[in-house]
Design a protein around this ligand. Sequence first.
Ligand code: 4AD
Ligand code: MG
Length: 480
Amino acid sequence: MKRTEITDILKTPPIGTQVLVKGWVRAFRANRFISLNDGSCFNNLQCVVDFEKYDEAFLKKISFHSCVAITGKLVESQGAGQTVEIMVENIELLGACPPDQYPLQPKRMTMEYLREKAHFRMRTNTFSAVFRIRHAIAFAVHKYFNDRGYYYMNTPIITGSDAEGAGEMFQVTTLDIGNPPRTEEGEIDYKKDFFGKATNLTVSGQLQGEIAALALGKIYTFGPTFRAENSNTPRHLAEFWMIEPEVAFFDIFDNMDLAEDFVKYLINHILDNYPDDLAFLDNRIKQAEKNRKQELRRPMSLVEMLRFVVDNDFERITYTEAIRILQNSKPYKKGKFEFPVEWGKDLQSEHERYLVEKKFKKPVVVRDYPKAFKAFYMRENDGTEPGKETVAAMDILFPFIGEVIGGSQREERYDKLIERVKAQGIPEEELWWYLELRKFGGCPHAGFGLGFERMVQFITGISNIRDVIAFPRATGTAEF
Ligand code: 4AD
Ligand code: MG
């Protein structure tokens, strides 16, 4: 007999027919009711066992997370809680899961504990819901851009440049690091390295994405990026996925419109297609919130918060306005901010959260940041005062997670760009091709990067970013 997936059985139940299902046991109550899950959907299928037909030793093996194949007749359920169930005629044990040795238990386990058991954690309700939603968001990313005539580009993972100029790169080399070849001056001789030059894992696909945009018009990348920033926070990974659209002839305002429409589309896609997983995650948060102090509780449920984002226009302000608002805020006046609020200093997470959660109570887009602390490729705004130069950069800030998107209009003027490259001490020979884009057939263009895991985090309400990627890489963590 051919196996049927549980999602299909629950969607259009073939009542009265024989079915074969395979999956993992979520619970086995009273030696009679098996809740079976095969990952195809959130819900379990109830399988009713006539325990007199089996010996006890066998039934003992039908334990939490053991893997079984079950055949039987599908009938309308007599009990509450499910509409259909299988009257079991045969059980085959495909993989036993001895409870005395298995590290997971059918009870609440902490996320930290489950992170250490990443090879089993996807079998839990929480993680299977997260990973189904993660898949669905990735799918929606491709659908969104494909439907609008964007081309998907694969940019290189190994590069010779530092796109963000922040120096947070993982080096890639085949040299013997204990005894590397040296030049006459005693420097490491990268000419002898695999690529004949020093290389690293990419921090962003943007620079190559710009090449494509200046030929195909509208493109996007969606790939892994790597940052060796030593930030042990619930929002940072060393290996994360980024979506980077890049569009010829776009200015910073077109860019903001695209970004807002795009993130709303992703959230709507999940609201429309994954109600069961969302309802479970929502309830999970509500339970956890009960143990928190009143003032730390979320002002709304997960689904309400997602609706709140899709139903409201994002607030758009300049960096200069943001500083003024912060300086007039209660926490600033009462000395509650840890970091200084001063024109020329970058906004910190506490400032971003104030703007989003307290002041505007909706996503906020901040633009026109000081040139001094932003990447070299961002377009300098015209007509600013000396010492107060800004660039056409924008960040989208969300409740709870802060920055989800960073983007900008790119500096398309060769002279201005070369000036920035020199001022920031970036080796021109690494970027010769990028600079030539400004000399030959260049045009105004813009783009942004969406941190994929930050988006998954927001939509699932999971508090630590390490729990929305299957096998997290972060400072001190590269297991599995
Ligand atoms: O703001 P970032 O650094 O922008 C860029 O890399 C540009 N090249 C994007 C572009 O214009 N094409 O990073 C973009 C987004 C951030 O807003 C954040 O959501 C996410 O990537 N991000 C991280 N996510 C997880 N862990 C990290 N360490 C992250 N660093 C950035
Ligand atoms: Mg950024």
